[in-house]
Design a protein around this ligand. Structure first.
Ligand code: BES
Ligand code: MN
Ligand code: MN
Length: 464
């Protein structure tokens, strides 16, 4: 029998090549032009689960893209780990900022990844990260050391809000029944600073449309006398933050959980260097809500950000025009105990209320998601902590994450499970950005660490 390190050493080229093949499929869920590729990715994942040794695999239809399910039941009396991940990816644009094509993976060294990193859309978010689980389970099955049952649920709509998943969970409670849910779709602080994500922010996402005159106008003939929707939208957006960078929507902060000074002090112990942060992003200064540190701003505080804004003439040269319409897409990241539907309603009411009489405003809600915080006094967290200690030789730091995985809060509500977020990516891996990558060291370290989670979890669960 091989131990996990020997197994990885003997198989690492294949592990890399299999991931590279999966990364070649442009499974972009946001763009219907790629719908066949999304389905192809689902099939490839099913095949991978079968080859890893799952007894049952299935492509489960939903109202949207399918969920790939697989399981290996060792003994129904033993605990069951449910692995969640997503095979869909973000659109790669802007294409011209990629150094190599997003769906033609290449391996290159970087300062933070001296052993090389795989550059491709989805390398870190989330194909590379869920595939670590497929390979870790392959090891445990092939070497006959899988200590408990495992189920996989890999979805294809995470990047567009997991809209079909609530109904899917509701209908498949038995099939998905588990003792703990394990996810690698977040990050860690650094390769020598392992961390376990203990919270995710929620999300409310809206699109706004401001209409002025009924047609585009000559900006000389009409300019100065009519409401310019782009000027007005800019002003409305600017008014959504005050001079302390607090959000001005009435009621927005009413339910925000304030952390105790002790919790904030604990957070401040995690290593963070603001100078390195500024340097990595090439910004002259950080920017955010007064009274909070940078790590607090990006994890435990709610936000409002314009994600896109357009209208009028943006082509080459200058065109003198007052547009009829202006648009923006706005995300609000939410923290406990904000509710996405309530926040969307507050936004709508406020945004309509601040519009001057001369324009018409429409607000269209997009997807949302609840925030999530996991306690650390449970055997799932303890098992993860012991696993990191074993393979990193260090105690992992609990860390609240700033991103969102909408399904996580629903897992807890509908399946009544605890969720453990063992992420192996770095913030600098550029998820959702051009030149996304995932360190080969991180990929293999994940495969090495995951089997220890199963071992310790089963030990802790069966002791009770
Ligand atoms: N994997 C990310 C979420 C994430 C990344 C959480 C890093 C914490 C650290 C996920 O795929 C994602 O991008 N989620 C979206 C939300 C979704 C509704 C589009 C997000 O956070 O913007
Ligand atoms: Mn993800
Ligand atoms: Mn993502």
């Amino acid at each position: 029998m091989k131990n996990v390190k020997e197994y990885i050493e003997a198989n690492k080229d294949r592990f890399l090549n299999e991931l590279i093949d999966l990364l070649k499929i442009p499974s972009i869920s946001a763009d219907t032009a790629f719908s066949q590729d999304v389905i192809d990715a689902a099939r490839a994942v099913e095949k991978a689960l079968k080859e890893a040794g799952c007894d049952t695999t299935e492509i489960c239809e939903t109202d949207g893209y399918p969920v790939v399910f697989g399981e290996k039941i060792v003994d129904p009396k033993l605990p069951t780990v449910l692995v969640y991940g997503h095979y869909d990816v973000q659109p790669p644009d802007p294409m011209n900022l990629w150094d190599s094509p997003p769906f033609e993976p290449v391996i290159k060294k970087t300062d933070l990844h001296p052993d090389g990193a795989i550059f491709a859309r989805g390398a870190c978010d989330d194909k590379g990260q869920f595939y670590m689980h497929v390979k870790a389970v392959e090891y445990m099955i092939k070497e006959d050391v899988l200590p408990c049952n495992v189920k996989f649920m890999i979805e294809g709509e995470e990047e567009v809000g997991s809209d079909s998943l609530e109904a899917f969970l509701d209908k498949n409670r038995d099939k998905l029944k588990n003792d703990v849910i394990l996810i690698s779709d977040t990050g860690m602080i650094a390769n020598d600073v392992p961390s376990i994500t203990t919270g995710l922010r929620g999300l409310s996402y809206v699109e706004v449309e401001v209409t002025g005159p009924n047609r585009d106008l000559h900006s000389g003939i009409y300019g100065g006398a009519v409401p310019n929707p782009i000027n007005i939208l800019s002003k409305m957006i600017a008014s959504l933050h005050d001079e302390n960078n607090r959000i001005t929507i009435p009621g927005f902060y009413d339910k925000v959980e304030e952390l105790s000074p002790e919790d904030r002090a604990l957070m401040a112990e995690a290593p963070f260097n603001v100078e390195d942060y500024k340097k990595a992003l090439d910004i002259g200064d950080v920017y955010g809500e007064k009274g909070y540190t940078t790590p607090e701003r990006y994890s435990i505080r709610p936000t409002l950000d314009v994600n896109g804004i357009w209208g009028g003439y943006t082509g080459e040269g200058a065109k003198t025009v007052i547009a009829s319409k202006a648009f923006a897409k706005i995300s609000m990241r939410l923290v406990p105990d904000q509710d996405p539907d309530e926040i969307t309603q507050l936004f709508m009411d406020h945004f309509m209320a601040i519009a001057p009489k001369g324009v018409k405003v429409k607000v269209k809600p997009h997807h949302g998601g609840l925030p999530y915080v996991t306690p650390i006094d449970n055997i799932g967290y303890q098992a993860a902590a012991k696993a990191y200690e074993t393979t990193f030789g260090k105690i992992a730091i609990p860390e609240r994450g700033g991103g969102s995985i909408p399904i996580v809060a629903l897992f807890e509500q509908i399946l009544d499970s605890k969720i453990i977020l063992m992420g192996f990516g770095l913030d600098s891996d550029a998820i959702h950005s051009p030149n996304e990558h995932f360190g080969i060291w991180n990929y293999l370290k994940g495969i090495e660490t995951i089997p220890y989670f199963y071992k310790y979890y089963t030990e802790l669960a069966t002791q009770q």
